[in-house]
Design a protein around this ligand. Structure first.
Ligand code: MN
Length: 306
């Protein structure tokens, strides 16, 4: 099953090049919520339970071409976005070799670095543009296989990890290069993208053997396989859940392979992962009032001015 969220928070099942709208069925089955809201994304938490009703509704629901809807993140309310810092050996090598990538940061592979968190406010879908907010700083694309957690768990053993997966998507972990904490320079608005939809695990033969491909303006920049992951999907779930409970709707970005490179407003990113799909993402500029408060922190600044 391929599940998308589109337009004004509608829910669709993707069937070939069409989206079947099953929003009314989903809404009819969702409970009313009151504050405080339960942890986790409550639609993702119910995905398995809702599946028969959604599939039944999809047999007769209204259809539209995928290309005509605006795709949002398939997860509306993730509790956290977990991301693997250096989880491909060739990406480790390219970062260590290039000062524009490492910026004097101590670069370690995932075994020594742990995982980090991205702000959930950074999350968008394939139909929304990535916005460059600090054009004077280098901003890179990172394509990553994204795991969406479906069932709560703490200290999940690797051989039980698949029971906790709701689905997979293409993840973009957009990154300003520089010396600051990853959670700061990778959490700008629009810097986490999940798309084009969620694909349930029954449609993925082996998540640890998927080809990833990213092009910028038609030119290949990243092409690799999740076979090269240092910690594969199950090992990452084990590793992350040793620290904290994973809840439905939590997203794990599994790390990027080699080939990261800068992007600028006006660029066009094409990203695909086999068995998941492909998407075209526009790169724009952060609009609104570009005031001093929004200016990029300068590199090499001597700390805050008083
Ligand atoms: Mn990354």
């Amino acid at each position: 099953m391929r599940v998308c969220r589109f337009d004004d928070d509608r829910v669709g099942l993707v069937d070939g090049d069409q989206v079947v709208d099953v929003t009314e069925t989903v809404r009819a089955h969702m409970p009313a919520f009151a504050w405080p809201l339960p942890r986790g994304d409550q639609f993702i938490a119910r995905l398995d339970a809702l599946r028969p009703a959604m599939e039944a509704a999809a047999r007769s629901g209204p259809r539209r071409p995928v290309g005509e809807v605006r795709l949002l993140s398939p997860v509306a309310n993730p509790g956290k976005i977990v991301a693997a810092p250096v989880n491909y050996t060739k990406h480790f090598d390219e970062v260590v070799d290039d000062a524009a990538l490492h910026h004097g940061n101590a670069i370690k592979t995932i075994h020594d670095a742990g995982v980090f968190l991205k702000a959930t406010s950074s999350l968008i879908g394939a139909g929304e543009p990535v916005e460059i907010a600090w054009p004077e700083r280098r901003t890179d694309h990172e394509i990553e296989l994204a795991i969406i957690i479906g069932r709560q768990g703490y200290a999940i053993a690797r051989d039980k990890a698949r029971d906790h997966i709701a689905g997979f998507a293409i993840g973009l972990d957009m990154t300003v290069r520089g010396p600051e904490e990853r959670s700061y320079r990778k959490s700008l608005d629009t810097f986490s993208l999940l798309g084009p939809w969620l694909v349930t695990p029954d449609e993925i033969a082996d998540p640890n053997a998927l080809e990833l491909h990213l092009k910028v303006n038609g030119e290949t920049r990243q092409r690799a396989s999740t076979r090269s992951l240092i910690l594969n999907c199950e090992a990452l779930i084990e590793y992350a859940s040793r620290a904290y409970t994973l809840y439905p709707g939590d997203v794990i970005m599994t790390g990027t392979p080699e080939g990261v490179s800068p992007i600028a407003a006006g660029d066009r990113i094409e990203a695909s992962i086999e068995q998941i799909g492909d998407m075209v993402v526009a790169v724009g500029a952060r609009g609104g009032d570009v005031s001093a408060a929004r200016a990029a922190p300068a590199l090499g600044a001597q700390g805050p001015a008083a």
